[in-house]
Design a protein around this ligand. Sequence first.
Ligand SMILES: [Zn+2]
Length: 329
Amino acid sequence: MSSLSATTSSTFDSTKYIDIGANLLDTKFLGEYNGSTKHPSDIDTVLSRSLAGYPKSDGSLNYNAVCERIIITSGTFEECKASIEFCKEINAKTGLQSTSTTAGFHPTRSAEYIDSIDLLNFIKDNIEYLTAFGELGLDYDRLQFADKEAQHLSLNKQLNVIKQLKEEFGIRKPLFIHNRNCGDDLYDILKTFKESNSGDLSGVVHSFDDSIELATKYLNLGLYIGLNGCSFRTEDNLSVIKEIPLERILLETDSPWCDLRQTHAGFKYVQTKFESVKEKKWKEGCYVKNRMEPSLIGQVAECLAGVKGEEVEVVRRVCGENTMNLFFS
Ligand SMILES: [Zn+2]
């Protein structure tokens, strides 16, 4: 099957990955790190080695293109608008529906969701570019950006919009959920939301690094679990992942964050390694040390395969099917 027909129908090419979460608008892909420019933008190179059909800047064919699709994560209204333009450009270049994005407010950006923002009409007008609502959720590790009250307010407002979109316009999308060190608080809110929404709740709890008890609660709500490099930090993380059924796991990179490091318990399972250099030693075509990108998603799959005692090909296919079922069917 050609990659064109694979991406325009609801089937997919199981020799490739789907990265369900990449922050490709992050300034690191423009060469800026903590406000200081270290190298020229290399987003075209990053896309070329990540995405099937994306040409290199000189027009020649892409190289190790490992992803068939990438969902670009948005965490604010402005990011979502920029992501939509970015996706339009990439999809025009590839001639495929290779990229799409999300619409919502990340918990650390809760304060930016002010009442004047018409999220409902924005989503309605741009629905063709949106794969999920989010990312939304709770993050108690970074309360310095938004306190609990602000995070709860923003989350509940967004859930109300989501309910209204379904009830008034028949628009439904899965949720892209951020859960960080918030105990059962997020679970409780989502459970209440599901009950008030005629039992309707679908989505993924991404970048999961919590307990098996919480994972089980989310699975019982019908949600999927998203794994990236941060999910494989400790032996405890690995024992949790061992217990989560492969049929409920999705793969992501969370680029440019969450790379797999030698200090991570899961690193022993990484088979595919690339030479990388620090950002200040950047040269054309190189990988940047500690900067994750979608073409490295195979490392996440290798870790998962190692933990599960499965072949990487099986992990890639099953997680790809899970992703298609949740987001693209
Ligand atoms: Zn997140």
